[in-house]
Design a protein around this ligand. Structure first.
Ligand code: SF4
Length: 257
């Protein structure tokens, strides 16, 4: 077993929204992006941090250095649930591809134990990393955060390398779910939605679009991390959600028939 170590900030058991079936989601701490709406701001720094406690409670240390074997010891406990539900392991973050060696070793360990694997990623990473992980990943959960014209401003990096990586994955026959965090008035214009739809229509291998409505969960965490400049947006209205569905999920419904 590999001796790679990463800072893990959460291990979520019995998760049902991050890939098929019942899953364990391992959240790695550290991300090169800075999405304005990040709902897990404690995942951005690659270091352990102290966050003020919830509701005036004791401070929390965020992040724990763990080996691949320590994480696997937790993951394999639920193997029977994965087998019965078609679930498995999902690696999330932060950005798993920024923890390349650890992610690769953890995926390889899961594969050795016949556990289904998914990686949730922004896709912002050198091509070689994605290529190296291809044989180890059953399903990619690929974020589409903003159209190219707004990407750098809203997310902190250009869209082009991410789109190139997605095209590469598609050319290799990978299965991909597009995950679209939609923030009312920020990245949900009709132009932005049509960008997502075009991607879905022109990229073989995309099996589904997940719409993820903005949630202001990050605000309290930013406050507890001592930050003063956090972002705020309203919850999506019913009209917003209906417009999203009309543009995005019609495509999906058509392809699920
Ligand atoms: S990629 Fe994810 S973890 Fe990184 S800043 Fe964006 S929302 Fe936060």
């Amino acid at each position: 077993m590999s001796d790679e170590i990463a800072i893990v900030f959460d291990i979520e058991k019995f998760a049902v929204h991050d890939g098929p079936g019942i899953r364990t989601v391992v959240f790695l701490k550290g991300c090169p992006l800075r999405c304005l709406w990040c709902h897990n701001p404690e995942s951005q720094s690659f270091e352990q941090e102290t966050m003020a406690g919830e509701n005036g409670g004791p401070p929390e240390i965020v992040g724990k250095a763990m080996t691949v074997e320590e994480v696997m010891a937790s993951v394999r406990k639920d193997k029977a649930f994965y087998d019965n539900s078609g679930g498995g392991l999902t690696i999330s973050g932060g950005e798993p591809l920024a923890h390349f060696e650890f992610t690769r070793a953890l995926l390889a360990a899961a594969k050795t134990e016949s556990i289904h694997t998914a990686v949730e990623t922004s896709g912002y990473a050198p091509r070689e990393r994605i290529e190296a992980l291809l044989p180890l990943v059953n399903l990619w959960l690929w974020d589409v955060k903003a159209p190219p014209s707004l990407h750098e401003k809203l997310v902190g990096c250009p869209a082009e390398p991410i789109l190139d990586n997605l095209a590469f994955l598609s050319s290799r026959g990978a299965s991909v779910v597009l995950r679209c965090p939609l923030v009312p008035g920020v990245n949900d214009s009709n132009e932005a939605l049509r960008h997502i739809r075009r991607l879905s229509e022109t990229t073989p291998g995309i099996v589904r679009i997940d719409i993820e409505p903005y949630h202001p969960m990050g605000e309290d965490k930013n406050r507890r991390l001592g930050r003063t400049d956090w972002f705020h947006a309203p919850f999506a209205s019913d009209a917003d959600k209906a417009r999203w569905r009309t543009i995005l999920q019609e495509w999906q419904a058509k392809n699920e028939q």
